[in-house]
Design a protein around this ligand. Structure first.
Ligand code: MG
Length: 343
């Protein structure tokens, strides 16, 4: 693209951002609208928390299972409708997590570019009748409170009336205080969302990379549609962390595993089938929804795609990594049993 073209594009994107319109041409065609019978969001509609479970518009429990995309600023090519449709149709995903990268080189520096990516995925999920997690993918969100408040107020205004939307306001706090850092941040951002959207579910992270559920649920958030995230990497995190989840559940709080891996905490290493099996048993037993990390063709164990896998989906088995083949079968097995064939 010539330089003047770039300038015109930048001006267009800046204006689009200001008025809250994205350049997602084609995404308004409702070829698979949520209101159509047969889609998951069409059948289950508005979700809410009931005790330790997520229930649908009829009060029946629902377990969502799907995939998290990778940090949007680094592997943004899979943030497109064709890819999401493939994950719905071939993988039976009922939820997609759009992991909008905040820093470095993310939303804080390039808000328009990242906004376009995440809105492309949100609009695709709404059109395709599945649920979508709007993830503020950040390890320092409590230092970016004003930006997060602004962003989530915008999201709630644009999408708060859609049953498909789930907000995840803080991916993974690190070793900071729940009481003095994470909880005040969460309360401030939740207030922004609730000023506009009174009901959609909000996922709240906890310190130590969203593992300190025992700490968070000892001093919980006062909102009836909050769930607590639990992140694990099966080769690194085992019974000690499962016990934290059980502690939270026994106190009566719901959990959403909005990100997990079947390899090591770094996202790399080998698949640990035994530990993964124990985690699946726990999530099945307590009806915990989950998203697996991640839709990426990066050279690491928990990336589900081989290098160069097409950004539009259509992946044959030889385009899936070992963890990719494993998780695809685990999603299909459970979601077909729960929701039946979607298409
Ligand atoms: Mg709402």
């Amino acid at each position: 693209m010539i330089e003047s073209g770039k300038i015109i594009l930048k001006i267009f994107l800046a204006i689009s951002s200001i008025i809250g319109v994205t350049a997602c041409a084609g995404l308004n065609e409702s070829d698979n609208n949520k209101d159509m019978p047969g889609t998951v969001a069409g059948l289950h509609g508005q979700l809410k928390v009931s005790g330790t479970m997520i229930v649908d518009q009829n009060g029946d429990s629902v377990v969502l299972r799907g995939m998290s995309l990778f940090w949007s600023q680094w592997i943004g090519k899979y943030y497109n409708k064709n890819c999401i449709k493939w994950l719905r149709d071939d993988w039976n995903c009922t939820v997609i997590r759009a992991a909008m990268g905040i820093e470095p080189d993310g939303y804080l520096e390039n808000p328009t570019a990242e906004m376009i990516k995440i809105r492309t995925v949100i609009d695709a999920c709404i059109d395709l009748g599945i649920y979508v997690i709007i993830d503020w993918h950040d390890h320092n969100a409590h230092l970016h409170t004003d930006a997060a408040k602004h962003f989530f107020r915008q999201m709630a205004t644009l999408y708060g009336d859609k049953p498909n939307i789930i907000y995840e306001i803080y991916n993974e706090p690190e070793k900071i205080s729940w009481r003095y850092d994470v909880k005040p941040y969460a309360e401030a951002v939740i207030a922004e969302i609730r000023a506009v959207d009174s009901d959609n579910i909000i996922i709240v992270g906890s310190p130590t990379w969203s593992q300190d559920l025992d700490v968070a649920t000892a001093d919980p958030i006062n909102d009836e549609n909050v769930v607590y995230s639990m992140h694990f990497y099966a080769a690194s995190h085992k019974q000690e962390l499962r016990d934290k989840a059980i502690t939270a559940i026994n106190r009566g709080y719901p959990i959403f595993v909005s990100e997990f891996g079947v390899c090591e905490y770094t996202g790399d290493g080998n698949v640990d089938y035994q530990s993964s099996g124990a985690w699946f048993d726990l999530m099945d037993q307590y009806k915990i929804s989950w998203c697996k990390w991640s839709v990426a063709d990066k050279d690491e164990g928990d990336a589900v795609l081989e290098d160069g896998a097409d950004e539009n989906g259509g992946w044959t088995d030889d385009k899936l990594t070992e963890s990719g083949k494993f998780i695809k079968s685990e999603i299909i097995k459970r979601n077909k049993a729960e929701f039946g064939a979607q298409n």
